[in-house]
Design a protein around this ligand. Structure first.
Ligand code: ADP
Length: 438
């Protein structure tokens, strides 16, 4: 078996496809697995992204699952480990980025790693340790209202320091601009000062490429998906990997089949606008009400009964959504509790996704990281093949599912904040369906 070059551990499912997408575009052959596989790798690939759903778990659970993923990746011979979190550094007050990073460092017996959520192509930049979402600081962006991981501090050195007992430092834009040698020298200086994790500034793809070269051979890299664009080149010189070169076209997926649907549980600013745009264009949409779920109503069943005539008529994609504005989400959370509201909505939307696929949906868009995790699990999807990019960070994927009549679905997992306002319409325009389908 050929040795795995890069072993990746992602803390949610949309983040995993986002990372896989960037690695594929940089020329790597990638497989994404849902959870830790039970058997060894059989595919001949350069990278594996193990998708976990650990972002909002208690830290101890997130740590143990991440360590299990690490063991499996090490058993496949992974030469470098990449811990992937969100480009908005989504974390709970207690973690989990710090605790998981620490545990991975201990297991890998390494005393230094970096942390960089920057993804400039998607408007996520880090300057002097402060994270910007587009033109806004993180704490001024919609992320301050996130239902599960509200981000109220934009200073990532400070945020990470609250999650770890190790010292956190900064590699700032001036050092990054000087290139890989300067970055490596700064790492040595920080190490000498007792720092073991450093936030790294990046405002452009050029910064990510300089960083990538500097991180050659670093046992553990922790980052959003952006840093991944600069790493594959480190493995290119090896004769065995001569196929590795940046490419616009990801591996082609089989032709899309079946009906079209969208399930949305993200309450981000971007997804709220995308849902509104879909409805304004006359799209068929059904809002699920969390308070009725709490009363014990069969909300998933109602949504599926609503969807059936539209699916039959094949008049276009149907949308089932819990997406709501911050005030509405807060009102629901006040009544049900944050955790319970989130889980109930995820559970309902996952049942809807499965029901839709059982009713002939073969092209499914899911909006929301946690929501995607729940839907992918309900569809018993174990692996995803990465296809063409719909928007930065969001590819179409092809995944076997026993719940689909054809045995597989085309599925796109959209992280809440990603995609332009017409994302839902645009996504389906990229898939050419077989005759007779929508
Ligand atoms: P994102 O990618 O935007 O972070 P997620 O799916 O990860 O989206 O997180 C959104 C969370 O909000 C999920 O747990 C979801 O179940 C929950 N949620 C969705 N709609 C509502 C609502 N109307 N009220 C309360 N919670 C909601």
């Amino acid at each position: 078996m050929k040795k795995l070059l890069l072993g990746c551990i992602a803390d949610d499912f949309t983040g995993a496809t986002d990372l896989a997408n960037n690695l594929v575009r940089a020329g790597m052959r990638v497989v994404q697995t849902i959870g830790v596989p039970e058997s060894p790798l059989t595919d001949e690939v350069d990278a594996v992204v193990v998708a976990l759903k650990t972002r909002t778990l208690p830290a101890a659970d997130a740590v143990s699952q991440s360590l299990a993923a690490l063991s499996w990746l090490q058993a496949q011979g992974a030469q470098q480990i990449y811990f992937k979190y969100c480009s908005t550094f989504d974390s709970t007050a207690k973690g989990n980025i710090g605790p998981v990073t620490e545990a991975l460092m201990d297991a890998l017996q390494t005393d230094f790693t970096i942390a960089c959520p920057a993804f400039p192509e998607n408007g996520r930049t880090v300057f002097k340790g402060y994270l910007f979402v587009g033109d806004e600081l993180l704490h001024e962006s919609g992320m301050r209202n996130h239902p599960l991981t509200p981000m109220t501090d934009s200073n990532l050195v400070r945020v990470l320091q609250t999650q770890t007992s190790r010292r956190v430092g900064l590699i700032d834009y001036r050092t990054v601009a000087l290139g890989p040698d300067a970055i490596r020298a700064r790492i040595e200086t920080l190490r000498g000062e007792g720092v073991s994790m450093a936030i790294v500034d990046a405002t452009s793809n050029a910064d990510l490429m300089r960083m990538g070269e500097a991180f050659r051979g670093m046992p553990l890299v922790t980052a959003g998906s952006g840093v991944a664009i600069g790493l594959p080149q480190n493995f290119m010189n090896s004769r065995m990997n001569s196929h590795m070169a940046p490419q616009e076209q990801a591996a082609k997926l089989p032709p899309a089949r079946g009906l079209r649907a969208i399930v949305s549980g993200s309450c981000s600013t971007a997804t709220n606008a995308q849902v509104a745009d879909f409805i304004a264009r006359g799209g068929a949409a059904f809002a699920v009400d969390p308070l009725r779920m709490a009363e014990g109503a069969d909300v998933a069943g109602e949504a599926l009964r609503w969807a059936e005539p539209s699916l039959k008529a094949q008049t276009g994609p149907v949308l089932v959504y819990a997406t709501a504005a911050p005030d509405a989400v807060r009102a629901v959370q006040a009544q049900l509790g944050v955790q319970r509201a989130g889980e109930m909505v995820e559970h309902t939307l996952a049942a809807v996704a499965r029901g839709l696929v059982e009713r002939g949906v073969g092209q499914l868009v899911v909006a929301g990281g946690e929501t995607s995790g729940a839907c992918v699990q309900a569809l018993d999807i174990a692996t995803l093949r990465i296809g063409p990019q719909i928007a930065p960070g969001v590819p179409w994927c092809h995944a076997p599912s026993v719940h689909a009549e054809s045995g597989a679905v085309h599925i796109a997992l959209k992280s809440g904040n990603f995609g332009a306002v017409d994302f839902f319409t645009h996504a389906f325009s990229l898939l050419s369906s077989e005759p007779g389908m929508q």
